[in-house]
Design a protein around this ligand. Structure first.
Ligand code: NAD
Length: 258
């Protein structure tokens, strides 16, 4: 399965840890050429890249703070310079920034949350578009853009996470426009929408809080990043999902059933 991912050029934003890193590692195991990204190189970068190469992929790191549109372009350009094009873009960079109730939201916080979750995905996709078009044309297969949404994009998010939830809903929505206007170019757009995954995202919760949250998940536990990774492989693979576009795949242990 996923044999067609061998040699595919895959850029995963926000992938020095958590869901993004697990996805990048899964692509490496498929023999893909994988770009990982974060604001700055993590301490374990050398061993992370070596393990991905050992697993059968090619891997490189591209630093860039994707809240900044110029950095989105620079990361895309550097990836293309290294690998010669882009076949798959995964817009994973995102996060809560902080929890702030409505009364505490100011312009700075509004910008921080929307820049990280919405602007980053839009600008990175915009700058990747010419390369994705070329990929589709040259390969005769579809190129793939995958957004990372959230259960909060449906529910509105937990305490102080309203802006974050709205930014994720924005992602769930904007791909519909991209499907309408870029499908003819051979590009597919899909969203992976995680529920509650055990990553640094939940670093603000102690074990008791995690146990309380888990009671609201039919599977009774948080997801593990590696349990989300196959959904990215699926949407990236033309052989598996070449006729699937504009969809949201919920990976949430039954936490929310839209
Ligand atoms: P994480 O905090 O473990 O990882 C976030 C990654 O993004 C890190 O690699 C970090 O370096 C990178 N990053 C942060 N800010 C960045 C920036 N400005 N520019 C470039 N990279 C940046 O979080 P995670 O749980 O793995 O989250 C990954 C994605 O999944 C996010 O979009 C998040 O909103 C989404 N998500 C997570 C959960 C969850 O429960 N963990 C649930 C729903 C959605």
């Amino acid at each position: 399965m996923f044999d067609d991912l061998k040699g595919r050029r895959v850029l995963v934003t926000g992938s020095t840890q958590g869901i993004g890193l697990a996805a990048a590692q899964a692509f490496a195991r498929c023999g893909a050429k994988v770009g990982i990204n974060g604001r700055k190189a993590p301490a374990d970068l050398t061993s992370t890249l070596a393990a991905m190469e050992q697993a059968g992929g090619e891997a490189a790191f591209f630093a860039g703070d994707l809240r900044d549109s110029a950095a989105c372009k620079a990361v895309v350009d550097a990836f293309v310079e290294r690998f010669g094009g882009i076949d798959v873009l995964i817009n994973n960079a995102g996060g809560l920034v902080a929890r702030k109730p409505l009364e505490e939201i100011d312009d700075e916080f509004f910008d921080a949350v929307t820049d990280l979750n919405a602007r980053s995905a839009l600008m990175t996709t915009k700058h990747a578009l010419p390369h994705l078009r070329r990929s589709a044309k040259d390969s005769g297969q579809t190129a793939s853009v995958i957004l990372v949404g959230s259960v909060a994009g449906y529910t509105g998010g937990g305490p102080g996470a309203g802006l974050y939830g709205a930014a994720k809903a924005w992602l769930h929505n904007i791909q519909k426009n991209w499907v309408a206007f870029h499908t003819k170019e051979g590009i597919r757009f899909n969203t992976v929408s995680p529920g509650t995954f055990d990553t640094a995202f939940h670093a603000d919760k102690d074990e008791a809080a995690k146990a309380r949250v888990s009671t609201g998940i039919p599977m009774g536990r948080f997801g593990k990043p590696e349990e989300c990774a196959p959904t990215f492989l699926f949407f990236a693979s033309h052989a598996c999902s070449g006729y699937i576009t504009g969809q949201v795949l919920d990976v949430n242990g039954g936490q929310f059933m839209p």
